[in-house]
Design a protein around this ligand. Structure first.
Ligand SMILES: Nc1nc2c(ncn2[C@@H]2O[C@H](COP(=O)(O)OP(=O)(O)OP(=O)(O)O)[C@@H](O)[C@H]2O)c(=O)[nH]1
Length: 323
């Protein structure tokens, strides 16, 4: 199909001097702890957000711990409920084209207890460990799986689902909607009795410096960085840019915009805030208090519509249909 001309922005630019970086001290510490524990690990389970299958995986870090090819490696694309079943095939094709060395890829959904794909992790890991040369661990009866990934992709949730299902035990790892809930490498958590299988939860670790601005914005949009690090206004602007450049205009109805798709985030948020009566009081320099539209609250709602799947299923790495 011939590409159409894009009536909107054809690139996203950060405000000058703004960089997207978040590498707090607990990530440096977590990295060190991971490397110390690696000797006793039989399989690496890397969790990533299915909405950004190509963007944001911490290649530098993963090369260090999986690059030798000695430990089996599984890539788990979690939150597949937000990607949608129909897009799985094209995501697999994209990944195999870009990284042919990735052999074991699973899709999971921790929010659905029935058919969530999480249950495929253990049989695959067990098979890969039994087929691998375990070197110093050949005598060890138990299997240790290390869960790694960038923040907020569902690492702790995967551990909890496995523990609930296999051991009928309650959650052991802390889960939260904000990035950076797990701050250090914890003790191993048992997830199966016979043969014994343990999982080691680790803090989410980003690249120390994100050089690709658009990759940084995708990570921010799916929530891998705390929102205040990037700013909700900028995240909302990137969302608007992405939706327009992919001809996904459901937001127009969702935000009840009277004049159709727009590339102007301030105008979009102002109209939505006005319609939804999102107002706040702002104190002026002369002491007067004025009631104004609350653009921040509108930006948060817009981002929430995306993150909760109300704007539809999305693969943020899907190529745009415009030239
Ligand atoms: N929609 C959806 N949300 C999920 C899924 N799995 C986890 N979540 C949510 O994603 C958020 C992050 O989950 P966690 O398990 O805390 O993620 P984490 O990778 O351990 O996070 P850090 O500790 O920050 O590294 C929580 O709000 C979870 O409820 C999923 O499959 N689908």
């Amino acid at each position: 199909m011939a590409a159409q001309l894009n009536p909107f922005r054809n690139a996203f630019r950060l405000p000058s001097k703004q960089r997207i970086n978040w590498f707090p001290g607990h990530m440096t510490k977590g990295m060190r702890q991971i490397q110390q524990k690696l000797r006793n690990v039989d399989c690496i389970v890397e969790i990533h957000d299915a909405r950004i299958p190509l963007a944001g995986r911490n290649s530098q870090f993963f090369d260090t711990i999986t690059g030798s090819g000695v430990k089996p490696h599984i890539l788990v694309l979690n939150k597949v409920d937000l990607l949608g079943a129909k897009q799985q095939k094209s995501v697999l094709q994209q990944l195999r084209r870009q990284q042919p060395e990735l052999q074991h890829i699973l899709f999971t959904n921790c929010k659905d207890q029935r058919n969530n794909g999480v249950l495929d992790i253990l049989p695959l890991a067990t098979r890969l460990v039994s087929e691998s040369s375990r070197f110093n661990r050949t005598q060890a009866a138990e299997h240790n799986l290390m869960i790694i990934g960038v923040p907020n992709v569902g690492k702790s949730s995967v551990i909890n689902v496995l523990r609930n299902v296999h051991l009928k035990k309650k959650s052991a790892a802390r889960v939260g909607a904000e990035a950076g809930i797990t701050r250090s490498v914890g003790e191993r958590i048992k997830i199966q009795e016979n043969p014994p299988v343990y999982m080691i939860d680790t803090p989410g670790i980003l690249q120390p410096s994100i050089k690709d601005d658009e990759m940084g914005m995708k990570l921010a949009l799916v929530g891998c960085l705390p929102d205040h690090i990037v700013g909700e206004d900028l995240i909302a602007d990137y969302l608007l840019y992405w939706l327009n450049s992919h001809r996904k205009y459901d937001y127009v109805e969702m935000l009840k915009l009277s004049s159709g798709p727009s590339d102007d985030i301030s105008a979009v948020l102002a109209e939505y805030a006005h319609r939804e009566e999102l107002f706040h009081k702002v104190k002026q320099y002369d002491g007067r208090v004025e009631v104004m539209t609350n653009l921040l609250a509108a930006a948060r709602k817009f981002i929430h519509f995306f993150r909760s799947g109300q704007l539809g299923h999305m693969n943020l790495d899907e190529p745009s249909g415009f030239r």
